[in-house]
Design a protein around this ligand. Structure first.
Ligand code: AHM
Ligand code: MG
Length: 342
């Protein structure tokens, strides 16, 4: 990898191209996908930034032809990504958290050898209260032979991802992605409209500082999950307490813990026995990133990246973040005798 420091000015485009040079066999298609995604992210960031103005602008511009300002932002983000990605000739299919079925590439466009899976605007219920939201994406290679992408192409285990990333629309807009050569973060400089390398080769601390979990489900958790949480909070007298931080917006919670160390947990509970988060659009891409940053991700029983998906919108319990904390969850849920019931 070309060495960059946070002080040299490196655009995401230059970085993507330099990474591609490490793969002499690369055709440039994956680089094109990443670059198009960065463009879509800038367009979404622009919409998110004016979210609070939608009603005001809507009434002021009653002739708004596209009707865009009135549209739900998650639906809009979904459309932005589809339109930015469907005609480049690099994708054979897409799947979105917002769409019930696989999204096919229109007949008049060329089909490529990759599939894109995405959650266009995660945490969008937070938009109204000005809390950060995010886009999450995953890229896998087509494995079937036909022109179009099929369910089999989309339902591949996360370890087969060739790229994954997220964009956080927060106090600044950042894109973090990996192609399996480390996880790298870029901050959008709004004055020039470019993502600039700001966090090269992110490493998550091995031991966490933060615990991100929605405690209000405590009554619905099983005993093992309660045991884990007591340990994270230092209530069992043997471990150091983590600080609880929960935004309720996955990308924001994940991003903080990636940089500062910690664990995000969304365990199964009696009402959501398979968890809430989606394997393909949320858990897999973030698991790829966290592993590249030296962390771990588990569904409680196995490594997230090894789970074989069977449905497009499959949900999964998720324990993701610093290695030490994820290991603890795995050991307790796996029934390690010295830990269970402690
Ligand atoms: P969404 O995909 O419908 O936006 O839901 C996912 C969001 C995540 O961002 C967040 O981590 C989680 O839901 C919060 O759920 P809860 O309110 O149950 O804690
Ligand atoms: Mg989501």
């Amino acid at each position: 990898m070309v060495k960059h420091t946070a002080t040299s000015v490196v655009t995401i485009e230059r970085f993507i191209i330099e990474e591609e040079r490490n793969h002499p066999e690369a055709t440039g298609e994956l680089s094109g996908i990443l670059y198009d995604l960065a463009l879509a992210a800038k367009m979404i960031a622009n919409k998110v930034r004016s979210a609070g103005l939608a009603d005001i602008l809507g009434s002021a511009e009653s002739e708004n032809v596209q009707g865009e300002v009135q549209q739900q932002l998650d639906v809009l983000a979904n459309e932005i990504i589809i339109k930015a990605m469907d005609h480049g000739g690099r994708l054979c299919a897409m799947a979105s958290e917002e769409e019930p079925d696989i999204i096919q590439i229109p007949e008049n466009f060329k089909c490529g050898k990759y599939c894109l899976l995405f959650d266009p605007l995660d945490g969008s219920s937070n938009i109204d209260v000005n809390v950060p939201v995010g886009t999450i994406f995953s890229v896998v290679r087509k494995i079937t032979r036909g022109r179009h992408g099929e369910m089999e192409d989309i339902l591949q285990p996360g370890r087969r991802q060739v790229a994954a990333g997220y964009v956080i629309y927060g106090s600044s807009t950042m894109m973090v992605y990996t192609t399996g050569q480390g996880a790298h973060g870029f901050t959008l400089d709004p004055s020039i409209g470019e993502f600039l390398l700001s966090h090269p080769n992110i490493r998550i601390p091995e031991t966490g500082r933060y615990l991100s979990v929605n405690d209000s489900y405590e009554e619905l958790w099983d005993d093992n999950v309660r045991t884990i949480m007591r340990k994270y909070k230092g209530l069992d007298g043997t471990s150091k307490a983590l600080s609880t931080r929960y935004v309720g917006s996955l990308v924001a919670d994940f991003h903080r813990n990636l940089l500062g160390g910690g664990i995000f947990a969304y365990p199964a509970n009696r009402k959501t026995p398979r968890g809430k988060l989606r394997l393909l659009y949320e858990a897999n891409p973030l698991a790829f990133i966290v592993e590249q940053a030296g962390g771990a991700a588990s569904d409680g029983a196995q490594r997230v990246l090894d789970v074989l998906p069977t449905e497009l919108h499959q949900r999964t319990p998720l324990f993701i973040g610093s290695k030490h904390e994820v290991e603890l969850a795995k050991r307790v849920l796996g029934g390690a005798p010295e830990l269970v019931g402690a």
